[in-house]
Design a protein around this ligand. Structure first.
Ligand SMILES: [Zn+2]
Length: 271
């Protein structure tokens, strides 16, 4: 599943090809994604220029002159920049054609992604109005996490995966970050010390940044004739490694279920 680093990598990959370009056509082959693609999208966006290519959480935003196209990659979506002579396959649901003869094409076999339009300011849109801060920006910091978590009885893992608290920390990044910060994922959020919040914020930022940097090496794939843009293999310490040796202490890594999602951790290193 595309996580925040993949979405940010997609943003950086497509931006040079579409920034300040004018949309000349929109071809929709399948309207039925997670939410239907609006019928009037082609009429609304054609002839408009892309003024910004932004990301908020795991949403990509193509900011045009009168509003924004909102794209989510869902479980299996990917974006590619292609030339007009490349035939679409059955999971290529929508093409945005630009005045430089390039096409932005959404491929999504499972159709959990979305393509929407809004003419509201993004911050006021219902998808975004209650979103917490971006994990890589300054307003996500130890003070913020510590203050917000006081008296909260939910586990620290659920807490950091809650998009009202901070956006874009998926299941894998939550397990990995808690391991690197030495925090037991079942610990109540309200019982995590300020020092532990500092460690956690630092490892979250470092882990996401490292993944984005690693993703940068796959940017060329955005225009590859055959390849799909890379969801890069993450270097995982504990996730998916039940019963294997902890990379720190050699103790067997445990797997538990929290809110229907698997968590992996070392009971010796994480307190
Ligand atoms: Zn350990």
């Amino acid at each position: 599943m595309p996580e925040l680093p993949e979405v940010e990598t997609s943003r950086r990959g497509i931006k040079p090809h579409i920034y300040q370009r004018k949309i000349t056509d929109v071809i929709i082959r399948e309207h039925r994604l997670r939410w239907p693609i609006p019928e009037n999208l082609p009429a609304t966006v054609t002839s408009q220029r892309v003024e910004q290519v932004l990301r908020r959480g795991k949403y990509l935003l193509l900011q045009l002159q009168t509003g924004s196209i909102i794209i989510h990659l869902g479980m299996s979506g990917s974006l590619r920049i292609i030339s007009p002579d490349q035939l679409a396959d059955k999971h290529d649901h929508i093409d945005f054609c630009f005045d430089n003869k390039k096409i932005l094409r959404l491929h999504d076999p499972r159709k959990f992604g979305c393509v929407l339009w809004t003419d509201q300011p993004i911050a006021e849109h219902k998808l975004f109005e209650n979103m917490g801060p971006e994990p890589l920006l300054k307003d996500f910091n130890a003070d913020y996490l510590y203050q917000l978590s006081r008296k909260r009885k939910t586990s620290i893992k659920s807490f950091i995966m809650n998009s009202h608290i901070v956006v874009g920390i998926g299941n894998i990044y939550a397990s990995e970050s808690l391991f690197k910060a030495g925090i037991n994922p079942e610990r109540k959020a309200g019982n995590v010390s300020f020092e532990a919040c500092q460690r956690l914020v630092t490892v979250i930022k470092n882990t996401l940044s490292a993944s984005i940097k690693q993703g940068g090496t796959t940017l060329r794939d955005f225009t590859a004739e055959d390849g799909k843009p890379g969801y890069f293999a993450q270097q995982l310490m504990v996730y998916g490694k039940a019963d294997e040796a902890c990379p720190n202490c050699g103790n067997a890594i445990k797997q538990i279920i929290q809110q229907q999602r698997s968590t992996f951790y070392c009971s010796r290193c994480q307190k």
